[in-house]
Design a protein around this ligand. Sequence first.
Ligand code: BTN
Length: 243
Amino acid sequence: MNADKSLDLASIRDAFPERRIVYYDTVDSTMTAAAGLEPGSVVIAGEQTAGQGRHGHSWHSEAGNGLYVSLVLPPSPVLTLALGLATVEAVAQTTGVACDLRWPNDLMIGPRKVAGILVQLVDGRAIAGIGINVNHREFSAELAGEATSLRLAAGGRDFALTELVIELLHAIERVVPEDQETILRLFTQSSSYAAGRRVTVALPDGVIEGTTVGLDAAGFLIVRKDDGTDTLILAGGVRAARS
Ligand code: BTN
């Protein structure tokens, strides 16, 4: 693949002539930039100065090396799971790197996270934010144990952001319209966390440990504790348990 790291906006706009594609070299967050835009719009940034993660965390958004994109979509029940699946597909297709999915939608390479997804509901629309660590060469000591990049996972190869974002938008157009049952089935097939995985989960009233036993019909994760009782996990906070 052509590893030109700069974004070729003309190619992205040519591939999606019906979408409004907005680009910023630097923006606080593509989430705030996308709020208020018409459905179908896509906001891409070269760098974010206040990248937002889930649960109020920040998202490390180094200039030029990551993909930082938000799309305006109609809300749908298992959208977060569908976006994770689409991102896994796009990454595999363009880089050959296989990622796991940690429920609900963290892309993992082994124990480290390579991409994250944040969905916010604004004025009846879903703002879907996707951040992928692509060509990062290193992370701070604080992040190094938890984060990785496609480059680090692929032995130092750089990847082209343009090809990745085009494939990501195509994958979203393919996966998101699938029916809920199909998305749950695909997620269960693609995620080692969906069933049979020993996990800890941070809940508001403490941490529980158990084994995942699948998703319920709405896409929530079921964790069976060692006393045999099941807990339905409604938000994130899932971690692989230390063995
Ligand atoms: C997570 O915590 O896993 C979600 C991270 C989401 C990061 C992306 S980068 C593009 C978009 N803009 C943001 O500020 N956040 C999302």
